[in-house]
Design a protein around this ligand. Structure first.
Ligand code: ADP
Ligand code: MG
Length: 737
């Protein structure tokens, strides 16, 4: 009885663990076996549709239409114009393991059809009511017959029929109460069915597809065969998707690696979506391949704008004996020979395609003098600030892409602003904040001037200093999350590690600077940033940090230091521009290099960066010079915690109002009633900065690290990577609990 298999043991039934005699083993009835198996093959209505459509395609149909009632639970109707089913085959059509597509096991190696198991129709008859109407070529009439539990309910009845086959499945899961309930409670399967037909329609572009709700005269997918692939995508997914696609193809015919051919379309950097769409056909079968999907997503997050996941249509063909189609009951997955190598090749091809399209992309830069409703606008009467607004995809520009400096008043910087309580009123200071926004300008410096032995040496040093164990971890780890402001948790095999994000990002940036030496794309500042003010700002910060409230060094001295620094930077201007993409002109900073694609450093750190550039670089020796400039850049681009304190938890105290009056120390002691009085805008800004950083760590740093970082040996011992737990040991502990 079926209830034995699924019911929980009743209180009187013997409990296996306590009973002294072992329970009897019985042979299950065929109907139970079949229903269990059917539940596996037909997991939900969309799975039934997939099987039916595959049968239609196997029957050489040029037109397939699908109608769905009640998410498929009430009715599924799939009609095609294929070769039909012979009258004499109808009695066994819905028995398990009856198929016209396979006769011996070896056929699997060369099989071209999608079906081969002879299970789909049978399964449907065990969990629903199936009616088949079919006509074969040359017949005057067709036949109609209904099935239950694998057998015909009656002799096939002659009926009028149009070319092909129509299969109707009613009351799916009528005899599986739990399944039906779950499906009824969850979202209806219709969107999944639409998604499925959309995918088939893109790949089988010579077949007409339609998909609609039963009784509706509007189809949700409707394609007319014979168009191009891009047209098919446009018809199904819309012009806005098709517009942002690039054609891609790659193949490999080296038997020691992999033999395959891939053709497809992938989204470019203009495409915006929250979820990946990956339409994958391997040898014309619609399949999932999680490893490949992940690999593709990785390339995208490492090379393209953070916000978007890709759209991918990919058709891979490989010799049929390199594909094992029989690893999944619903044939949703296949196993490939040399899968890793195939994925590597595809990954590189996509990366190359994205890189090349990215470097030729010109971002619009427009300078608009307008009154943006942001807090950074200067309203001070004696100053006129133009606010540059970037035209990049009209998205809200993340905080980290804004240069927040005021050219005349160094205390316009936010973090200086709260440290310095003695300045004029808050509102006034706030209005001093001029904003400059940066825009990535794709621009290559084509001077191929890189035959410096010292540079080669530095690059070779990176290679020879790699820690192989850490390299494995970096390449194959899974990012889990941030443990605190500096450490992230990652998993590698069964181990958990803490990784110092600041250290690894600094090292990654350093290595990237050397790799991109003299070939940087540029981050264009929308307004030149005056070196003198930036340097003065940095000098004041430095003083605040080292001396606290003590009397300041006199301003003249600071100005002298700043001027000396500017002199020095001016001397090195050409070198800094040509080799490192740091462009200065007329005493202002104009451009910065793109060290990691789509990553813009924290612009609040520009003053500190310039001060460091002027003071921490060894200009005398070529090798030392390249190394130290790279290190200074790396420190600037590293993913430090944002300068605004983290407002979550204790950090909220920095954002209380009235701090000018009470001063920082007193403020900490402020009584509870004042606690709610926080500067909401600043808090929001800080929250954005912190979440942006977390986003960058997960979606920019880690994917790029996997691709590019060569971890030096010292990282194994200096606390950058710390193993915190072995999951095996943890599991053992849990088992004992
Ligand atoms: P499989 O596709 O694995 O052979 P199915 O249970 O899906 O098993 O189908 C059983 C058989 O029924 C197929 O082998 C095929 O011969 C026939 N068949 C099913 N659907 C159609 C159809 N739409 N047109 C023609 N023949 C079909
Ligand atoms: Mg089939």
């Amino acid at each position: 009885m079926e209830s034995r298999a699924s019911d929980p043991p009743s209180p009187t039934s013997p409990s296996p663990s306590r009973s002294s005699s072992p329970p009897r083993i019985r042979r299950l009835e065929a109907s139970v076996v079949n229903r269990i198996a059917a539940g596996e093959v037909i997991q939900r209505p969309s799975a039934a549709v997939k099987e039916l459509v595959e049968n239609s395609l196997d029957a050489a149909s040029t037109s397939v239409s699908v109608s769905v009632k009640d998410g498929g639970l009430k009715l599924l109707l799939v009609s095609d114009d294929g070769h039909g089913i012979r009258h004499e085959d109808l009695p066994i059509l819905c028995e398990r393991h009856t198929t016209s597509k396979l006769s011996k096991y070896e056929d699997l190696q060369t099989i071209k059809s999608m079906g081969f198991r002879g299970e789909a129709l049978a399964s449907m008859t065990y969990v629903g009511h199936v009616t088949v109407t079919t006509i074969t070529e040359g017949q005057l009439h067709g036949y109609r017959v209904s099935y239950r539990d694998g057998v015909m309910e009656h002799e096939p009845k002659p009926c009028a029929a149009v070319k092909g086959t129509q299969i109707m499945v009613e009351n799916l899961f009528y005899n599986m109460a739990a399944r039906r309930k779950t499906l009824q409670n969850s979202n209806d399967d219709y969107p999944k069915i639409v998604d499925l037909i959309s995918r088939f329609a893109v790949h089988y572009m010579n077949t007409n597809f339609s998909c609609r709700k039963y009784g509706s005269n509007r189809a949700d997918v409707h394609t007319v065969g014979g168009s191009s692939r891009l047209d098919a995508i446009r018809t199904v997914y819309g012009a806005s998707v098709a517009r942002d696609l690039m054609e891609i193809s790659v193949s490999d015919d080296n038997p020691t690696r992999s033999i395959f051919k891939m053709e497809g379309f992938i989204s470019n950097s203009n495409y915006l979506a929250k979820k990946t769409t990956m339409i994958l056909f391997i040898n014309d079968r619609l399949v999932d391949c999680t490893a490949l999907k992940r690999a593709v997503e990785l390339v995208y997050s490492a090379t393209l704008p953070k916000a978007s996941k890709p759209f991918i249509y990919m058709s891979i063909n490989l010799p049929s004996d390199h594909v094992d189609v029989n690893i999944h009951p619903t044939k949703r997955e296949v196993s490939l020979l040399n899968q890793d190598s195939l994925i590597d090749t595809i990954q590189s091809a996509i990366e190359a395609k994205l890189m090349s399209s990215n470097s030729t992309r010109i971002f619009q830069t427009q300078v608009v003098s307008s009154s943006l409703p942001t807090t950074q606008i200067s309203t001070r009467k004696d100053k006129e600030h133009s606010i540059a607004n970037s035209g990049v995809q009209s998205q809200k520009i993340p905080v980290n892409q804004m240069v927040r400096t005021d050219s005349r008043d160094p205390f316009g910087r936010l973090h200086s602003y709260w440290k310095d309580g003695s300045q004029s009123s808050k509102q006034e200071k706030k209005s001093d904040l001029a904003s400059m926004r940066s825009v990535v300008v794709a621009r290559r410096n084509w001077k191929e001037n890189t035959d410096f032995t010292s540079l080669d040496q530095l690059v070779r040093e990176i290679d020879s200093n790699v820690h192989p164990g850490l390299l494995d971890i970096v390449k194959d780890c899974t990012y889990i999350g941030l443990a605190d402001e500096v450490f992230a948790v990652l998993q590698y095999n069964t181990y958990l590690y803490l990784v110092n994000v600041v250290n690894v990002s600094k090292e990654l940036m350093y290595q990237q600077v050397l790799r991109r030496f003299s070939k940087f794309n540029a981050i264009q500042l929308s307004e030149p940033a005056p070196l003198q003010d930036l340097l003065l700002m940095a000098l004041r910060d430095e003083e605040l940090e080292t001396r606290g409230d003590e009397t300041e060094t006199n301003d003249d001295l600071k100005e002298k230091i700043a001027l000396m620094n500017i002199e020095l930077l001016k001397e090195k201007e050409d070198m800094l521009e040509n080799y490192f993409g740091i462009k200065m002109e007329d005493g202002s900073l104009i451009r910065l290099p793109v060290v990691l694609d789509q990553y813009i450093p924290d612009m609040d750190r520009i003053p500190e960066f310039l001060l460091s550039l002027a003071n921490d670089v060894d200009w005398d020796d070529e090798r030392e010079c390249f190394q130290t400039v790279s290190a200074v850049l790396a420190n600037f681009y590293a993913m430090h915690p944002p300068i605004l304190p983290n407002p979550s938890g204790d950090g909220i105290r920095y954002y209380r109002k009235n701090r000018e009056e009470v001063g920082l120390e007193a403020e900490i002691l402020v009584d509870k009633s004042d606690e709610e009085q926080v500067d909401e805008e600043l808090v929001a800004e800080a929250e954005t900065a912190w979440s942006q950083r977390e986003w960058n760590i997960q979606h920019v740093l880690f994917p790029s690290m996997r691709l590019f970082l060569k971890p030096p040996k010292c990282m194994a011992t200096d606390g950058t990577f710390v193993q915190v737990a072995s999951l095996e040991k943890l599991y053992r502990v849990f088992e004992r609990c």
